[in-house]
Write a protein of this length. Structure first.
Length: 115
């Protein structure tokens, strides 16, 4: 028996797999919720987009990256603001957070070329 499924896009191989899991759960009548994994603003924005699907009925486990990092790898930052009932909402934006190349270079510890 399964009461609900927590879907973490970073654990299941990305958004395509996360949406597929959502769809299977929806067909089986199993509600879902999105779980974050300490993502940058880019990853958090992907989680927010996923959480907007119909079968995500539980509150999402998504936090602004400022809670975990002194400086995000991406800009603009993901912002949450409380609504009139104190429930956090995502600030609407016309752009998705993109990694800043200079920040990536500054914070990269090691690289590898495959192939």
């Amino acid at each position: 028996a399964c009461g609900w499924i927590n879907i973490k896009p970073g654990r299941v191989g990305g958004l395509t797999n996360a949406v597929a899991i959502h769809d299977v759960c929806q067909q089986a009548g199993i509600p879902c919720w999105v779980g974050g994994m300490l993502e940058s603003a880019t990853g958090s924005a992907a989680c927010v987009a996923l959480a907007m699907l119909d079968n995500f009925t539980y509150p999402a486990d998504i936090f602004p990256s400022a809670r975990f990092y002194h400086q995000d790898l991406a800009t603009p930052p993901l912002e949450l603001v409380p609504d009139n009932q104190g429930c956090p909402s995502v600030v609407a934006s016309n752009e998705l957070p993109d990694p800043v190349p200079e920040r990536l270079e500054q914070l990269t510890l090691q690289t590898a070329t495959i192939g």
